[in-house]
Design a protein around this ligand. Structure first.
Ligand SMILES: C[S@@+](CC[C@H](N)C(=O)[O-])C[C@H]1O[C@@H](n2cnc3c(N)ncnc32)[C@H](O)[C@@H]1O
Length: 279
């Protein structure tokens, strides 16, 4: 295993309880509610075959199994795979790297990548993970890939009263390099601009691309209000605005997470569009 993968396995095995994350803070509860809504909107109907790459302990995979989908989960972290298998309903799960999926070509109706992209600091690795998702998805099937917005970390620190000098410097540095300073928290990671995410999806071969903002632009207000008397009111308002502004270009990057969706190309469509081929 390379050093980067080793860091991720150690982080999620020894330092962070991913299985508790989505029930915790307002941002995470918004992420969970909106992600489920977006999955229901954009995935083909059950009993479609879904591959959940970087599926973690299986939170979304279990939802999808309950909805009648046939789901297989792959994740780099053995402890997550064990949790996914042990949960109810149980999930068919194995350890694998998003950059080299142990699955045949065209074998799924849709593939999720809700995690690996931000854990891959190099563009070539992210494009490889996206290309693998395209490879295992049948032509015409969907690929949904999550990224963390370039601005999420500093906005979060500001909303929760933790924006100290090192984080202000990090906010400025992120504008140009997008790379997380792991000394300030999390792992080595990459935080996307919307146009970069679209470009990487395009490079991997996806067509019919779009990006939704997941938590909407008012998630920081929900974080700031979390421990006060208006907590639920502000959370509900943030959720409603997340739905309204989900594809508004001026606001998509204000969400903590971006969710790209695209269609795996039909090889015959690609051939038809090639100008070097005779009509
Ligand atoms: C923040 S968690 C997200 C889990 C879940 N998909 C969700 O959205 O709640 C990121 C997940 O991506 C996994 N991951 C990171 N890099 C990966 C890679 N190269 N291949 C497969 N999984 C990876 C991690 O092990 C972790 O389970």
């Amino acid at each position: 295993m390379d050093r980067q993968s080793d860091e991720i396995v150690t982080y999620y095995t020894d330092r962070y309880r991913e299985d508790l994350r989505l029930a915790a803070r307002p941002q995470a509860r918004l992420e969970r509610t909106r992600t489920v809504e977006l999955l229901r909107e954009h995935l083909p109907a059950p009993p479609a075959r879904i591959l959940d790459v970087g599926g973690g302990p299986g939170e979304y995979a279990r939802d999808l199994v309950t909805l009648g989908y046939r789901v297989r989960l792959l994740d780099l972290v053995p402890a997550h795979v064990a949790q996914a298998r042990a949960g109810h309903p149980t999930v068919d799960a194995d350890v694998a790297d998003a950059r080299a999926l142990p699955e045949p070509d065209d074998s799924y109706d849709a593939t999720l990548l809700l995690g690996p992209l931000y854990h891959l600091p190099e563009r070539a690795d992210r494009c490889r993970a996206l290309a693998e998702a395209v490879r295992v998805t049948r032509p015409g099937g969907r690929v949904l890939a999550a990224a963390i917005s370039r601005f999420a970390g500093p906005l979060d620190f500001a909303a929760t009263g933790r924006l100290d000098e090192p984080m202000v410097r990090e906010a400025a540095a992120l504008l140009t390099d997008g790379r997380n300073d792991a000394r300030l928290g999390f792992t080595h990671a990459y935080f996307h601009r919307v146009e970069e995410l679209l470009d990487e999806c395009r490079t991997a071969g996806l067509v019919e691309l779009a990006v939704d903002g997941v938590e909407g632009p008012a998630w920081t207000a929900a974080e700031a209000a979390a421990h006060g008397p208006m907590a639920q009111t502000v959370f509900d308002a943030a959720l409603r605005l997340a739905r309204v502004y989900r594809t508004e270009p001026a606001l998509v990057a204000a969400s903590a997470h971006l969710l790209a969706r695209g269609t795996a190309p039909d090889p015959s469509d690609i051939d038809r569009d090639r100008p070097d081929l005779p009509a």
